[in-house]
Design a protein around this ligand. Structure first.
Ligand code: IMP
Length: 429
């Protein structure tokens, strides 16, 4: 048995979906362990684009299992839509390919309403949430008033849980947020129907994985969002509501930490962020706009333009440490082609001090000015390159600079959006 975790080392949108799709070839299956449909994982295979929000990015490989682990929060309506769309394109023909943990929490309509009303009331202090109910669903999980997939598929249990939790949520919605109350009967009607559709996939995910581990299967754990959005180690409070770090893979799928041998962190060759919050290397100029256009930097879940900037090694060193990364994946190298001089942030200037680590306080981080190292760019097209030594000399030295500073080996480099536009340097398992 061996386990590999693939997580985002930045603010999400690093291209994890493509990497997981590619590595699934060498795995027996893929597990999503946190987040919800705030994620948008884009895969381009044979020229066809597929965007996934909840189903693991291994789903295009017919014979590989895809488990949605207990750490994920599931909007059942979105999941049913995603399953139907995949089936229409010839995937998920075998129901046994998809598994959903009975302990995963359910996003209900009042979660989305709370998310959106709160965000609208915030004005300046907006987090820039995707408004998908992710935060309120995780809050309910921790507050012990959540509803889980195991409840959703049993109408009597679902009704009992809703009777227990809905009155209090409705009071909060109406009295505090000025919204409208939800009727128990209408929720019950649509969610019993959704539960019926999803019942065949629901199982004890931990028990399933235990069997895979005992049978020496290779398991890929797929993260969503990224390190800087982690609820503990991200730019709090401008973060998502789950732990996005490698360590969450064990808890969020029901395996022990020893089931994981390797953790690969995915970073773009530059940096992007969607939503509000500090971003020291942000480029609010024509170069930022160029990266956005060339990199197609528009959210795959909300369509929002992403903020773009130079690569930040201080943030990446933090990612190496808090995740315990054993390998580095660099994506979108092709987007940097044609930029004469590249900059990489190697420290933060705060007053008269140079910081090498990220301050915990966003107010301090906001005041940090990046200290840059300049590196020469390249002009050659990278998309056809399949060996590191065939990359332009300056592209190689850019990658070597990252490797040297982060002190972890480069394992994979992506030079274009399609599955085959990749240079794999290390075996994943
Ligand atoms: P939430 O997760 O929808 O509550 O959003 C919290 C913050 O995380 C916002 O800044 C979102 O833009 C950001 N976020 C959530 N999911 C993703 C993602 O998959 N990629 C990039 N940013 C995300």
């Amino acid at each position: 048995m061996s386990g590999l975790v693939v997580i985002g080392a930045q603010w999400g949108d690093e291209g994890k979906g493509k990497i997981v799709d590619l590595l699934t070839e060498q795995a027996h299956g893929v597990v999503r362990f946190q987040g919800g449909n705030n994620a948008g994982h884009t895969l381009i295979v044979d020229g066809k684009k597929t965007i996934l929000h909840l189903i693991p990015s291994g789903v295009l490989h017919r014979n590989k299992f895809c488990l949605i682990g207990n750490g994920v929060v599931i909007d059942p309506a979105i999941l049913v839509q995603e399953i139907t769309a995949l089936q229409k394109q010839g995937c998920l023909k075998d129901d046994k390919q998809l598994l959903i943990s009975d302990r995963a929490h359910v996003i209900l309509p009042y979660h989305c309403a709370i998310d959106q009303l709160r965000e609208a009331a915030k004005g300046e202090g907006k987090i820039g949430t995707t408004g998908r109910g992710i935060g309120p669903a995780y809050e309910d999980k921790v507050a012990r008033r959540g509803i889980r997939m195991g409840d959703l598929i049993q109408p009597a249990l679902l009704k009992k849980r809703l009777q227990e939790v809905l009155p209090e949520r409705n009071r909060y919605l109406t009295a505090v947020l000025g919204g409208k109350a939800f009727s128990l009967d209408s929720i019950l009607k649509s969610y019993v129907a959704l539960g019926k559709k999803l019942k065949k996939y629901v199982c004890d995910g931990s028990e399933f994985l235990d069997l895979q581990i005992k049978n020496k299967k290779r398991i890929l754990f797929e993260g969503a969002q990224g390190t800087s959005l982690d609820v503990d180690y991200g730019t709090y409070p401008f973060v998502t509501s789950s732990n996005t770090l490698g360590g969450a893979a064990a808890v969020g799928s029901g395996v022990g930490p020893h089931a994981i041998q390797n953790l690969w962190g995915v970073t773009k060759a530059y940096c992007t962020r969607v939503g509000s919050g500090p971003f020291p290397t942000e480029l609010n100029d024509s170069l930022g706009a160029l990266l956005r256009e060339k990199g197609g930097e528009f959210g795959s879940t909300t369509g929002r333009p992403r903020r773009c900037g130079w690569l930040d090694l201080v943030a990446l060193q933090h990612a190496v440490r808090v995740n315990g990364l054993t390998g580095l994946v660099v994506t979108k190298m092709d987007v940097l082609t044609g930029i004469k001089t590249l900059k990489v942030c190697v420290g933060y200037q705060l007053g008269n001090k140079i910081l090498k680590t990220i301050p915990a306080h966003v107010e301090e981080l906001d005041r940090c000015k990046p200290v840059y190292k300049e590196l020469p760019g390249w002009t050659e097209d990278l998309s056809k390159v399949r060996r590191l030594k065939d990359l332009p000399r300056h592209a190689q030295s850019y990658l070597r600079f990252l490797e040297k500073n982060l002190k972890i080996p480069l394992t994979l480099v992506s030079v274009g959006p399609s599955r085959e536009e990749c240079i794999l340097l290390k075996k994943p398992f």
